[in-house]
Design a protein around this ligand. Sequence first.
Ligand SMILES: [Zn+2]
Length: 230
Amino acid sequence: MGWQLKIGRAAGVDVFVHWTFIFAPIYVIYSCWSTGWATIGVMLVLLLCFFACVLLHEYGHAMAARCFGITTQDIIITPIGGLARLVGMSRHHPGQEFLIALAGPLVNLVLGALFLVYLLATGQSLEPSGVSAFPQILFWANLALFLFNLIPAFPMDGGRILRSFLAIFMSHRWATLVAGNLGRVLAILLVVTGFYWGEFPFILIGLFVFFAATSEIEYTRELPESDSLV
Ligand SMILES: [Zn+2]
């Protein structure tokens, strides 16, 4: 995946940051330039907290995979999200794919619930009152991560959940083709939404999903009907 920097190892899994991650703080500095360095500093800390939640999401996938004896080669953090690279997942077990794909978003649901409990217990509003309202922002961010990842845009988590569900009724190959093509349609919608809202990250994620879905579809098409891989 190109140049990447190892930032640590936890629970037997190496964590890398892809070189393109540098664009995340650059984007934050660029968007908050007029607000001054104090706000930029707070936003950069917030960015780190957000990607810590993304990292925990990837550990959700990795730990669920471990329950089925599937190892995680590494976790790579990119500016548009994380990637847990699993080794040796079988196409014969859609139930495993379902649970492994669901585990990531569930981590964000749990984190969101913890922030919610904290805010309610301390009598605080759920409305973020400024950039320094970390618990409020992280509550909404985790809720957004949970819902966003469940969009059935293969190969995002929701798309993998959909494929595992389709694989109950059809071959793994056909399930990949259906989920992959739906993923491409949703990716185009994401890019259009990104342009409409002026949200650059949506455009990037849409493009990534489109090309990742296309490569999975092409890979699956080349395999014989009986030998398609995850
Ligand atoms: Zn995920």
